[in-house]
Design a protein. Sequence first.
Length: 393
Amino acid sequence: MSDEWKAKTKLVHGGTRRSQYNEVSEAIFMTQGFVYETAEQAKGRFEALGEDEFIYARYGNPTVAMFEERIALLEGAEDAFATASGMAAVNGALMSMLKAGDHIVAGRALFGSCLYIVEEILPRFGVEVTLVDATDLAAWQAAVRDTTRAVFFETVSNPGLEVADIKGISEIARAHGALVVVDNVFSTPVFSDAIAQGADAVVYSTTKHVDGQGRALGGVILGTREFIRGTVEPYMKHTGGAMSPFNAWIMLKGLETIDLRVRAQAAAAARIATALEGHDKLARVIYPGLESHPHHALAMAQMGAGGTVLTFEVKGGEAAAFRFLDALRIVLISNNLGDAKSIVTHPATTTHQRLPGDQKALLGISPGLVRLSVGLEDEEDLLADLTGALAQV
Ligand SMILES: *Cc1c(COP(=O)(O)O)cnc(C)c1O
């Protein structure tokens, strides 16, 4: 039934499991375990887990299951496994399927911790890694070989906001039998259609837009039932990266409002990007929703929107960027994104500080670059805050 509902209905009602009290708002089943009526029932449950049956919260929990089902409905995925954080999801999706001797190809412009897994951890276990420019289909074509087990990329890169072609990369990967795993945080679950576009597995940090209010860490891996239950679940349940039932409840309630929030944030981001483009204190404004963006057409075809984040380069390097950040009165200096509160980040000295200079240059992380995650404040207040701070540079 719920498969036929439109997305917004799925987000409010999908996956609901009511207890005997028939509560309206989903219950938090804050329990690690479950009581069996008889020894025989315990035996039966360990032999084969039935629908709506649970053994231990590391394996599954009713509140976590509600969240998994609801987000799977939104994404159009057969199944989902919720994780303790976005990084537990990325690690779980990759480690659960890879073994020594495998090869993977990954987009170079990755979130710092994703890059650490791909560059530092996987090679320790004999997985060979090739990094490519994710926007260059010819580079993917040249890098993929018969031992390539998976390709992995961020569909919109952080902080450069370059857009990778999910369909194009998936066709190349599929021709070599490689699984396509995308980190879709910057596309957001609202604008994602990654599975229809060819991805086999989609990973989110639900810390970002799903919570959307800066409260809890979380992550999720979405894919086919075979991949989630056959490959991901055995790895996750034995290695302990499960989502807490309390956090699952936060994420579940986050899904009820995510469509409204993310669309409002993306519309505000588009208007702010348009207003700031050409500002005399800025060298450039990067936003996939702007026609000036090199991948504007692809972004519109793939997501139908530009997303909730924009970046811009303040003229005058780090000193000018810091003056701008320090002069803001509403927008907060922090490093989350997708939050109801607008947040600015200076990637070169924080999130991407560890990267060597040549890597920073390659990814366009210049000393003047600022990332802005647009929240839910009044747009006029935000613009006044941003332009007021720029005036002080
Ligand atoms: C935040 C983020 C992650 C990691 O998520 P956590 O919830 O912080 O572990 C991974 N990938 C991208 C693109 C992110 O923005």
